[in-house]
Design a protein around this ligand. Structure first.
Ligand code: FES
Ligand code: FES
Length: 168
């Protein structure tokens, strides 16, 4: 099945079985291996990427459903020598150990910070709007879809909070 995907600003023509997930399309057909496969059924968040501004688990979505979509992967957020502020903060705060969950954490947090800016509520703070002072509890709640087997959670939260504060 032919599908047109714009990934990190570049258009790709995918020709793959209609059952191919977006995650497998990236990793196995387009050689974009930054997005990781953990559980492959929507439980760990390792495969998180950003589609049309929203974070999704790419293991749960078929590539053919994304014809014409704008997709951002970890490769599109920054490169060595030109990291995003959030990526820099992960380095500074040791927001990883093995690093396997890190691309998903960073894609998820990138979209999450935009959700906060856009005033999306969470279960912790039901009426957030605009300039939000992100507490650790708030960040943990909003990042609860991304698991880290190395339990680098405190450092991940520190990195995200510092990034949010730096963008004020
Ligand atoms: Fe997609 Fe775990 S690999 S949620
Ligand atoms: Fe190892 Fe998160 S750094 S799983």
């Amino acid at each position: 099945m032919k599908t047109s995907l714009t990934i990190n600003g570049t258009e790709h023509q995918l020709d793959a079985d209609s059952r191919t997930t977006l995650l497998d399309a990236l990793r196995n057909h387009l050689d974009l291996t930054g997005t990781k496969k953990g559980c492959d059924h929507g439980q760990c968040g390792a495969c998180t990427l950003i589609v049309n501004g929203r974070r999704i688990n790419s293991c749960l979505s078929l590539a053919c459903m994304h014809d014409g979509d704008e997709i951002t992967t970890i490769e599109g957020l920054g490169q060595p020598g030109n990291l995003s502020d959030l990526q820099d903060a992960f380095v500074k705060h040791d927001g990883f150990q093995c690093g396997y969950c890190t691309p998903g954490q960073i894609c998820s947090a990138t979209a999450m910070l935009q959700e906060v800016k856009d005033g999306w509520p969470s279960h912790v703070s039901a009426d957030l709007t605009g300039d939000v002072d992100l507490t650790n509890a708030e960040i943990s709640e909003r990042m609860s879809g991304n698991l880290c087997r190395c339990a680098a959670y405190p450092n991940i939260v520190d990195a995200i909070r510092e990034t949010a504060e730096g963008r004020k």
